[in-house]
Design a protein around this ligand. Structure first.
Ligand SMILES: [Mn+2]
Length: 330
């Protein structure tokens, strides 16, 4: 099914539905929340009942608090068990739906809206554009295909999706089309300074101190062009910070000029380690993450693995070294 056929199929299915159930990936980021809530606003605005949620832990990180419609979401326990039409946003695999995998498997129609190259196409309709800068871009296309209009709240949500996944219009994904969409969205009274400050700039002082300690602990392997750090449960307790506040840490670590690949390892309470990876482009971190059970994009990917963290760092170092050997040989 090509992309425009998939869009048309998705639109047909949504129009014929009595209720649409929306879900995004666990521990949602700005694109996951923004693309899902953007669609939620549009559907409600056009008289289509919709319900939106994501898996436990059902907590939105504080820096997303300016996204309109957070209060319209329901906890996953209130999500329909057998949805007629379900749409997932920015979610590359069923597993990333967490508690909402059951409803996804039970849904009569499952529409997958995504831009991850690693997406395993688990839907009955897969609207996946790996060249799109954000899932929010795909949502804009779907809204257009539906013949629906954006409203102010939807525009703010899609703008948040776009700025988060392009790193504020700085990553390689920042194409002329991205600026065209941004141009369209900012016609809707988007609170740009407030969003910029809350999404990217502002942190609790306690987090800044945790960051200082994580930076001090960071290890650079200069000859492998690899830098990494670890955030432990002890750190969280010591500084009174929650793991969802730590999301932006990698954007500081990856500034190391000596590094091509950056890894941040977060030791979760259940003993699993959540790993985020970034690359400047020479190394395909999506391939590394996929080999370790995760996924993502060429420049930004992640996976979850049992610890200990030191062992994961060793695995990553050899994977990065192997990838660099391949890329320098070709
Ligand atoms: Mn995304």
């Amino acid at each position: 099914m090509n992309h425009s056929v998939a869009l048309a199929e998705a639109a047909r299915s949504i129009r014929g539905s009595v209720q649409v159930a929306l879900a995004c990936h666990v521990s949602p980021d700005g694109d996951a929340l923004g693309s899902m809530l953007g669609m939620h606003h549009v559907l409600r605005h056009h008289g289509i009942a919709s319900v939106a949620s994501f898996s436990e832990p059902f907590v939105v990180a504080a820096h997303y608090r300016e996204l309109p419609g957070l209060e319209l979401m329901v906890p996953p326990a209130q999500f329909p068990q057998n949805p007629d039409v379900m749409i997932t946003f920015d979610c590359g695999s069923l597993a990333r739906l967490g508690d909402l995998q059951g409803p996804a498997l039970a849904a009569r129609e499952l529409i997958v809206i995504d831009h991850h190259i690693s997406n395993d196409r688990y839907g009955s309709i897969n609207v996946i554009d790996d060249r799109a800068a954000a899932s929010g871009v795909v949502v804009r296309e779907l809204v257009r295909t539906l013949g629906f209009s954006l409203d102010r709240d939807a525009a703010v949500c899609l703008y948040a999706a776009l700025v988060c996944d392009t790193g504020r219009f700085q990553y390689a994904s920042t194409t002329p089309e991205v600026f065209e969409l941004a141009h369209e969205l900012v016609q809707f009274d988007v609170p740009i300074p407030t969003l910029s400050r809350t999404l990217f700039e502002e942190h609790r002082f306690a987090y800044l101190q945790l960051m200082a300690s994580a930076l001090q602990r960071a290890e650079l392997v200069a000859h492998e062009r690899f830098v990494s750090t670890i955030v432990t449960q002890e750190d969280l307790a010591k500084f009174d910070v929650t793991m969802d506040e730590v999301e932006g840490l990698i954007d500081v670590i990856r500034r190391a000029r000596e590094a091509e690949v950056t890894a941040v390892l977060k030791e979760e309470a259940d003993g699993l380690v959540r790993v985020s990876l970034r690359s400047l482009g020479e190394v395909d971190v999506c391939a590394i993450a996929q080999a370790l059970g995760g996924g993502g994009h060429k420049f930004a990917a992640g996976f979850t693995a049992p610890g200990p963290s030191e062992e994961i760092v060793r695995q990553l170092r050899s994977a990065v070294a192997a990838a660099r050997r391949v890329s320098t040989a070709s």
